[in-house]
Design a protein. Structure first.
Length: 667
């Protein structure tokens, strides 16, 4: 038997002979007659041959609808024997069966796109056998993933599952996934993530698979993967999931940093200084690195569904440059974004890791903030931020006893020099979050960002937390946002209710005006707030004129514009109160233009005569809810991830490693 298997293996490796023999077997299979009638050993021979995925998929696609229906019994039989082969002792047959199943899933689904009218489940398994076949398949895959088999074989199992999940653009229309819901592999995924060795090999694919399964009909029915993920409290498993996500994001940050360093100095720098910002766009293109939507989705689902994952975000560890850390050699995952290498080493589980007490610490949240500060520089892209409304998360972000140095990335500009890493102080993480949101406001990724700021300020006001942060930058960014809305009023109003965003921004200023004494770090911060409002009074004046014009005319924006008018009461009161005082001071002292210190002196000496109106509900914020407001965004995101996974997943790349290991064990 061993000699026979070895002979067929050598025969299949022969480039001139393997394709004709395989094609003959497949042609017999795709004929309407039962192939075992003419060849009783047909199935043994087929699964000993290296699978030609392209030929099988292409052959299925070339058949017309009637021809496919005629060979339904043979396809059902092939599916059945593939599932049976997964229990074979020799891994050669298991590998070929896994690859054949992948070709079947893809080929039949591709054929279904031509609207031939046949049902995919019936075509693959038969209605009467579907439940049994899928139960057997999922049990076999679960056994292979949890067993002591080769790592390459486990990788193939995950690739098959990813292939199965992503055969349709909209995974919620993939009816076969109903059987994956019934016959759960959730525990197998958790086992992969909880074990150091398996996580290093398969953690990336496991996390992506889980993120996709969680999004199957999540708004239409009870998804068991959502339920199970929400109650996971096993620390090694959650830490493992966090480690996989952390390494993927850290690798992106490293690549961006490498590209950034490549573009510094030399001829490029000289040209930039000569002709200014016209080359900034070119620099941006050169610095671009393909983002990883699947990992972001996995991070979101973990935070959104599992409250215990908050501790993983906060878990500190030494910050190590993964580019200089020796990595375990692992085959690159086809799912990793092009141009990247997968996270292949659990640094924190490495017994040889140097734990220097003076080493800068980091955590998953810091890595994500660095990542998002890079991504937000792409103003052409779409990015939404989601921050959980969790009391523990708020407390952690504002904890003065947990300080971190976070180097956020900003777009290079002629008037703004890049700060050296060592000049960045260690501060509570809320400063990094605010800095990240500030970067996003600069690039008009606004609605969600403004909500995040509002939510954080509400917490600071409630708990009287004084964060030592340069709020002046924020106020300036918010005012520039209002300038953008005013400059593009006609274009934006054709598609959006810009008054809702304007109201949020104005109410942020009202929060600082009304409650600033409870959370601003120093009394001088309050003075600087008034200074910024007075300095940029023209923007507020223009906003007031615009909303007054819209609110006095009949139209769809009348009511939201009226709300902005009412919200501007205190801002206008500050401007109308202090501007005459400043002009009078300048006239008395014969000064044509006052300095900042002189304006601040006028402000401090005239607080007593300022009358403001107390506004209700400023510290009430809208709690985040995915359904229904964000449902459309996530449907499109999952569709994009599904297309990318389907494009990159490949079962053929790993088969050679499995075959070599199989025959080395025989020898």
């Amino acid at each position: 038997s061993i000699l026979s298997t070895y002979f067929l293996f050598i025969y299949s490796k022969n480039k001139t002979n393997k394709k004709p023999l395989l094609c003959i077997l497949l042609r017999e299979l795709l004929h309407k007659e039962d192939p075992t009638k003419s060849n009783p050993r047909f199935w043994d021979e087929l699964f000993l041959m290296k699978v030609n995925l392209e030929y099988l998929e292409g052959k299925l696609e070339s058949l017309d609808g009637d021809e496919v229906v005629k060979i339904k019994d043979n396809i059902n039989s092939l599916f059945h024997h593939c599932v049976q082969a997964l229990a074979e002792e020799h891994q050669i047959k298991v590998v070929n069966a896994l690859q054949t199943l992948c070709a079947l899933f893809r080929g039949v689904h591709q054929k279904n796109k031509s609207a031939t009218g046949f049902d995919i489940i019936n075509m693959l398994m038969g209605f009467d056998k579907a439940e049994l076949r899928m139960k057997e398949l999922m049990e076999s895959l679960d056994s292979l993933l949890c067993g002591d088999g080769s790592e390459s074989l486990k990788s193939l199992c995950l690739k098959l599952l990813l292939c199965l999940v992503t055969v349709t653009d909209n995974i919620s229309q993939n009816t076969i996934l109903e059987y994956v819901m019934i016959n759960s592999i959730f525990e197998a995924i958790l086992q992969i993530l909880s074990e150091v060795s398996s996580r290093a090999q398969h953690g990336y694919d496991a996390v992506v698979l889980l993120a996709l399964l969680v999004n199957y009909r999540k708004y239409e029915s009870v998804n068991p993967y959502i339920v199970k993920l929400s109650i996971v409290d096993d620390e090694p498993t959650l830490d493992g999931m966090g480690m996989v996500i952390h390494h993927a994001l850290a690798e992106y940050n490293r690549q961006y940093k490498d590209k950034e360093e490549e573009n510094q100095g030399g001829f490029f720098s000289t040209l930039t200084s000569m002709v200014g910002s016209m080359f900034i766009a070119d620099a941006d293109e050169k610095l671009s690195v393909q983002t990883n939507e699947a990992i972001l989705l996995a991070l979101y689902e973990a935070v959104h569904l599992n409250r215990n994952f908050i501790t993983v975000l906060a878990q500190s560890h030494p910050e190590i440059d993964i580019a200089t850390t020796p990595a375990v050699p692992v085959p690159a995952s086809p799912l990793t974004p092009l141009g990247t290498t997968p996270p292949s080493l659990d640094m924190m589980n490495n017994p040889e890791l140097p734990l220097d007490p003076n080493l800068q610490t980091s955590n998953l949240l810091i890595t994500f903030l660095k990542y998002s500060s890079i991504v937000m520089q792409d103003t052409k892209g779409k990015l939404s931020l989601f921050l959980s409304s969790d009391q523990y998360a708020d407390a952690f972000l504002h904890d003065d006893n947990m300080n971190f140095r976070v180097n956020l990335h900003r777009m290079p500009m002629r008037h703004r020099k890049k700060a050296a890493d060592k000049s960045i102080p260690s501060r509570p993480l809320v400063c990094a979050v605010l800095g990240d949101v500030y970067v996003s406001i600069l690039f008009i990724c606004c609605r969600r960002c403004v909500q995040i700021i509002h939510k954080l300020i509400c917490y600071q006001k409630k708990c009287r937390v004084r964060v030592h942060y340069t709020w002046r930058d924020f106020w300036s960014a918010l005012i520039n946002l209002l300038k953008f809305l005013l400059s593009n009023e006609t274009i934006l109003l054709a598609k959006h209710n810009i008054f809702q965003l304007a109201l949020q921004v104005v109410n942020l200023f009202n929060m600082f005006i009304t409650y600033g004494d409870t959370f601003l770090p120093t009394p001088s911060s309050y003075d600087e707030l008034y200074y910024e409002i007075i300095r940029m009074h023209q923007v507020f004046d223009n906003l007031c004129c615009m909303v007054l014009r819209v609110s006095t005319n009949a139209g769809q924006w009348k009511e939201p514009a009226s709300k902005v008018t009412q919200a501007l009461v205190n801002v206008r009161a500050i401007i109308n109160h202090f501007n005459p005082k400043i002009e009078s001071y300048a006239a008395v002292n014969h000064i044509s233009q006052l300095s900042e210190d002189q304006v601040l002196e006028v402000v401090r000496s005239n607080y007593d005569t300022l009358t403001l109106k107390l506004q209700d509900g400023l510290d009430q914020f809208e709690r985040y809810s995915e359904q229904p407001r964000e449902a459309g965004f996530f449907k499109e995101l999952v569709r994009s991830i599904s297309l990318n996974v389907r494009k990159n997943v490949s079962l053929s790349t790993m088969s050679r490693d499995v075959l070599l290991k199989e025959f080395s064990s025989i020898s």
